[in-house]
Design a binder for this molecule. Sequence first.
Ligand code: NDP
Length: 460
Amino acid sequence: VTLTTAVELAYLLSAVLFVFGLKKLGSPASARQGNALASSAMLIAIVVTLLEHGVVNWQAIAGGIVAGALIGTLLARRVAMTAMPQLVAVFNGLGGGASALVAAAEFYRLGGPTAMDVTGGVTIVLSTLIGAVTFSGSFVAFGKLQDLITGRPVTFPLQRTFNALLFVTLLAVGVALALGGAPGWAYLALAGLSLLLGILLVIPIGGADMPVVVSLLNSYSGLAASAAGFVLGNNLLIIAGALVGAAGLILTHLMCRAMNRSLANVAFGAFGGGGGSAAAASGDQTVRDVDAEQAALVLAYASSVVVVPGYGLAVAQAQHEMRKLMDVLEARGVEVRFAIHPVAGRMPGHMNVLLAEADVPYPKLLDMDEINPEFERTDAVLVVGANDVVNPLARDPGSIIAGMPILDVDRARSVIVIKRSLSPGFAGIDNPLFYLEGTMMFFGDAKQALSDLVREVKEA
Ligand code: NDP
């Protein structure tokens, strides 16, 4: 076996491990294993690549590995679950930036536009363009999610026309470069204009839609990596990039579907300006508010309780109290299950990860389609810091969340809602569920409210 064959076989093994790793990420029960598989695949790929190519500077590589591992470990330990979307945004941005830099290095190593063949030129141009758009777009998304820049859509007159012109100019510069008919500075123009395009594409999108944008940029970072794979003639990078590209696109599609919005609506809808315009407050409608003791009685004497966790549970970090409440209720013979909406929280899988952290067994977590028919037969539903995902207005064709699939909580006999006030959620609209006859509002911070419930259920 020649070295090249051995390397290609090792790459094949890595590619297969990547695919199985991704597959295992599909269920919380096997996700850790999936992560382990995919990272071993990456380790194999890196080692093999280093062995195959003569390494110019081992110290620089070792330094990079140590610094990267330190930063990675620190971030993984420090970053709160609610801040995960912006962390992913940074990762995507760096991935895109790396691909653009690889292309730039290759461009200058070859000696500029006239020295490239067309195939090389096209891949270098694509890798630079997509990589730079991903880089700047991701950092704008990060800024919006981290509140460093305004979460409101930033728009200006003729924005789309301007963006379209910019894109056409970019294509023209790219084609000229690839065909070898452009001066050397055109490459810098390509990189600069791509960075500008990335910023302009993301600023008109509201902060609340950023998780979808992050998922889309994730897909772009994969495409950029794939293009860089073509630049370097590295098959595994092409495959890995394609996998990331496809996975990101599928996730983007799932998120849009769970909100019943098209990608075009997310990209151009300027929706969710950061809670600005709460729709018509419900005037003189009244709500029934209850204290911990009253709420505990409802739960303790129910035969089955369905819990709907939402963003508020995550912000309050109340997952462990949630688990304790489940334990005391089950000790009394109450059946407790969790209804998981696909976009509850601020990223897909948010609730699954949160509850898994508190060791809530996976079989108790039911998807929207599984649990929806059960609500009519459920004695009590406990909504903890969720709002839009249980908003019956989604069934009203005139509402801005019209058609968003929701958990049919309003069909249960009684509903207890834990949240701090009547404020709207992400979509910025009022929720008629709160004013229904069978609904009890238990106002308070989710963590405090749940620990009060645990105490009261024990005494009930
Ligand atoms: P929402 O944002 O609709 O509502 C969360 C509620 O939690 C708020 O109304 C808030 O009310 C309450 N809350 C906040 N802090 C606390 C606290 N400390 N204790 C108790 N309650 C608290 O969340 P949902 O999970 O219902 O819906 C998610 C929304 O995010 C959907 O609109 C979805 O489309 C969107 N989204 C989700 C993505 C995903 O992938 N998961 C991606 C992009 C968007 P109050 O202030 O009164 O306490």
